[in-house]
Design a protein around this ligand. Structure first.
Ligand code: C2E
Ligand code: CA
Ligand code: CA
Length: 429
């Protein structure tokens, strides 16, 4: 397999769309290009034509001091700012003026016209924002007029977001813990905290039904800070029973770009002295890699273990992987649940294990449901396993019983049994 290592950022790096904050402010991205660049190049010569976008960027920086501005190509400028509706339309007008006004005296301002695609999203969706702005620019090119769109937060997300903020305050959220079993040590060596919502009417709601809306609405910030404090409290209860286990928390991508979340989290972690890990997906780094990596380094710097979640499921990029201060890589359950029935998945899992080890990371396979998968993973050199076979996510009291009775040993016993079948499996892997 040939692996490409693209640079983390192209030389002419587009301005990363800044992530929506927890207050749910809209985020806008404006893409603008000189409509008649070829004609300008003929008129002005290559050197002056190539100064056009950097000059415009300078003028834009004076007009929009709060904006993230980048020269995204010899012909393209990107602005990211927190506006929507009429303010976005006004920003677009100001940018057009900045491009044409200096030339107005020469009477050829049309030549300096911009094609503009501008979008603001109230929902937190950095990748969706880039896609929408690109689509708006493409549409503007066809229609020869700026395309400006403000997309409000879907009412359902806004409502669920409000309910979730109230759920935090009203004590409706609770955590379950799922053990990670270390194969060589034959011990549970860490736990993952998973959020649940005890809804007053709907009963138990699982994260798949509320985390996405929590992220889009910004409610995830308060929820994650609640989780952090609850985990710290539960960790000391677990430690009091003689089990000194790091606990991993899932951190949504958008929070990695939120400086106030990072500050508060670091303060809470440092004051507690808790042993924590954060599970993040690679996709969460893509929106604004520099900021995300800087924040991950801060977490790592105060002793938080960084784990890459859902590896292989999303937009994986080895370029990012190399730059993250991660100690652990979790292979997505997609590849693990099919391990003994698929021909391709064992190859993927095995090469991922080798890659992670080469990068000095430990590997966790999630979604381990059968003794056969466990045995296969063990042969492949996987360090840790997690899944229904080892344990379902457990409430705190159930977890304490699990740990006290060393229930994982039964699983280790069981997994030795299908060893006869392993020779064939090993040959395939
Ligand atoms: P995840 O981080 O990949 O968590 C693993 C999910 O797989 C959990 O679902 C867990 O119950 C389930 N699982 C564990 N073992 C097995 C298995 O052997 N087979 C199968 N088929 N599934 C297994 P859950 O708890 O419903 O969580 C779903 C997702 O919601 C999580 O995926 C995570 O992305 C998100 N999530 C959960 N809690 C939090 C949280 O506190 N904060 C954030 N930001 N996201 C969370
Ligand atoms: Ca996880
Ligand atoms: Ca996962």
């Amino acid at each position: 397999m040939r692996l490409r290592h693209p640079p983390l950022r192209p030389t002419q790096q587009p301005a990363p769309p800044r992530q929506a904050d927890a207050a749910g402010r809209p985020r806008a991205l404006i893409l603008a290009e000189f409509s008649r660049f070829d004609a300008l190049r003929r008129r002005l010569g290559v050197d002056r034509a190539h100064r056009l976008v950097p000059d415009l960027a300078e003028r834009a920086a004076a007009i929009f001091p709060e904006a993230g501005i980048a020269v995204a190509g010899r012909n393209l400028i990107e602005l990211s700012l927190d506006v929507e509706g009429a303010e976005l339309a006004a920003a677009v007008d100001a940018l057009r003026g900045a491009a044409t006004l200096p030339q107005a005296a020469e009477g050829d301002s049309d030549l300096f016209a911009l094609t503009i695609g501008a979008v603001s999203l109230a929902a937190h969706d950095p990748i969706g924002l880039v896609e929408a702005a690109e689509a708006a620019l493409a549409s503007a090119r066809r229609g020869h007029a700026p395309v400006v769109a403000s997309v409000p937060l879907a009412p359902a997300d806004a409502k669920l977001g409000e309910e979730l903020r109230a759920a935090v305050a009203g004590g409706e959220l609770f955590l379950q813990y799922q053990p990670k079993l270390h194969l060589r040590a034959q011990e549970v060596t860490s736990l993952e905290a998973l959020m649940r919502w005890r809804h007053p009417v709907r009963g138990l709601v699982l994260p798949g039904d509320f985390i996405p809306a929590a992220e889009r609405s910004g409610a995830i910030k308060a929820m994650t800070l609640w989780t952090l404090r609850q985990v710290i409290e539960d960790q000391s209860t677990i430690a009091a029973q003689g089990h000194d286990l790091p606990i991993f928390i899932n951190i949504a991508g958008g929070l990695l770009a939120d400086a106030s979340f990072v500050d508060e989290t670091c303060a809470v972690v440092e004051a507690s002295g808790a042993r924590l890990g954060f599970e993040i997906t690679e996709t969460s780094v893509i929106g604004d890699p520099d900021t995300a990596i800087e924040h991950l380094n801060r977490f790592a710097g105060i002793g938080v273990a960084i784990s890459i979640d859902d590896y292989g499921a999303g937009l994986s990029s080895l370029a990012y992987l190399k730059q993250l201060p991660a100690r652990e890589l979790k292979i997505d359950k997609l590849f693990v649940t099919q391990l003994s029935s698929s021909h391709r998945d064992p190859l993927i899992v095995r090469s991922t294990i080798d890659l992670a080890h080469a990068l000095e990371m430990e590997v966790v396979a999630e979604g381990v449901e059968t003794p056969t998968s466990l045995a296969l993973l063990s042969v492949m050199g996987c360090d840790m396993v997690q899944g229904f076979l080892i344990s379902r996510p457990l409430s705190l009291p159930a977890l304490l019983t699990y740990l006290q009775t060393s229930r994982h040993r039964e699983v280790m016993e069981q997994s030795r049994r299908p060893f006869g079948r392993l020779t064939a499996a090993r040959a395939r892997a």
